[in-house]
Design a protein around this ligand. Sequence first.
Ligand code: PLP
Length: 395
Amino acid sequence: MLSEKMLKLGTNRSVIRDLFEYGNKRKAEIGADKVFDFSLGNPSVPAPPAVKEAALDLLQNGDELLLHSYTSAQGDAGLRGKIAEYINEQHGTSLTADSLYITVGAAASLTISLKALTEDRDEFITFAPFFPEYRVFVENAGASLVVVNSDPQDFQIDCEAFEKAITSHTKGVILNSPNNPSGVVITEEGIQKVCDILEKKQKEYGHPIFLISDEPYRELVYDGVKVPYLMNYYDNTIVCYSYSKSLSLPGERIGYIAISDKAVEWKNIYAAVCGAGRSLGYVCAPSLFQQVVARCIGQTSDVSVYKKNRDLLYNALTEYGYRCIKPDGAFYLFVESLEEDATAFAEKAKEFELLIVPADSFGTPGFVRISYCVSTEQIENSLPAFQALAQAYQR
Ligand code: PLP
């Protein structure tokens, strides 16, 4: 009667959503300030003032019909041109408006790109830990997801394992740096090795292998860490970006796909992206916020708050005996579970009113993810609970 696959997706909610719902219930029972909710990746820093100013000015003085009308399916040409110019300035590329397709966030950037590329029996490789929706997106495009474990010491790419995972069916690789959930930024050396392997394998199999760079956290990096721009390392690159995190606009749904003008048959890839967007029924990204974003290119929310949160949480947790890598970017701390079963550990944490996400669905059992995109006050108040949780395991 209906699609079993979709029924399963709709009824088996994600662990993160379940925890978030539990948190809301618990907050109603004992008070919001007593529950330390580290479940979601919702930015806690407001959008920069330019966003509000642009929205108000457009609503008050803009052309009322144009503001709310359909734009071209691929997005407003003015916005696409501005984004291309900005990318060129930052990274020395030579993109134009014709390389850019505006989407409703990085999730749509990914689903559209995957749909545009996928043929029968295709495989996409990604690296664990990974954003769990990749599996949903890849399988929905009709391909299979192949997961390569990262080096457990530093969560950089295990290049030997990566090379072994590439087959004649590999259509592409999804790389997410800064990473959700580990916070790791892949080093330039690591990127270079991945690209060398891909070049070699493209030659061996005689067809292109695409590198999809999922980078909604590009601007959220600390201590001057650089995030290499993948188009400058590998021609067959497609960038999936969104303003959800950099401008703190996750609910406004604006992102883009940028196709390298050095990619093989890039104009056809672009046309297939337009076709995929059409087949998925996206029509166009929200008009008003396309115009708002056009006035805010190059700006970010105040990411120094995330750095402060990271330092506070990382220093305290490592002092209490937790083991984790100091994240270079994004707003997640990826912590080794204090017992083998991370789900049991996250359940135990609930006894201390700590809501943390077991990382099994990220492809890395034995870890939990702590989202530190919360108020600094919440982190300060939660520290005794984290200490008590650690002590519960020392006893
Ligand atoms: N990719 C990664 C790695 C993410 O963490 C997220 C959201 O948290 C997305 C994609 C989806 O982003 P958006 O909300 O812009 O669709």
